[in-house]
Design a protein around this ligand. Structure first.
Ligand code: SF4
Ligand code: SF4
Length: 157
């Protein structure tokens, strides 16, 4: 290999720069592949085991979800909730303890949903958990019933 092949001259260098500029220019006409998450919603298959949700009306405080959670993501907390009469009779939660969930440590194993006797705790295809403050990743029973968009609004206030 000669020296001129090893070390390209200025003409080849300019050619390389123009090629790079042209490639970048062409990219401007291609469809966007990035999304402005969380403002722009992504769509996920219905089987996605995303964030944990809780229906406080049907939770009976049995603690089974807390016991089966493999990494302490679920912790039972005292929480007062006035159930409507129809739920109060069918799903009494006499000790008023409900699960709280740290969404930053959940491994989406689905065990809590599988063991829950009333179907109160579920994993829904909602995966955009965005927080600006670390301690806000543990959701209260009340927050577990809300969609992420609603929670971002509250955190930004
Ligand atoms: S999905 Fe698994 S890790 Fe997440 S809260 Fe339920 S049991 Fe715990
Ligand atoms: S969410 Fe289900 S498993 Fe967990 S305490 Fe409530 S009723 Fe029991």
């Amino acid at each position: 290999m000669t020296d001129s092949q090893k070390f390209p001259g200025p003409i080849q260098g300019i050619g390389g720069i123009l090629k790079g500029v042209w490639t970048v220019f062409l990219q401007g006409f291609k469809p966007k592949v990035t999304r402005q998450v969380p403002e722009e919603k992504l769509e996920y298959p219905t089987r996605t085991t995303g964030r944990v949700f809780l229906n406080v009306d049907t939770c009976i405080g049995c603690t089974l979800c807390d016991q089966i959670c493999p990494n302490g993501t679920i912790r039972m907390v005292d929480f007062h909730h006035d159930k409507k009469q129809e739920f109060e009779k069918k799903y009494p939660n006499k000790r008023e303890t409900y699960p709280s969930v740290d969404v930053s440590t959940c491994i989406h194993c689905n065990l809590c949903e599988e063991i829950c006797p009333t179907g109160a705790i579920t994993l829904e295809p909602e995966v955009d958990e965005v927080h600006f403050i670390r301690k806000n990743t543990r959701y209260t029973p009340e927050q577990l019933g809300k969609k992420e968009a609603e929670l971002w609004g509250e955190e930004r206030q």
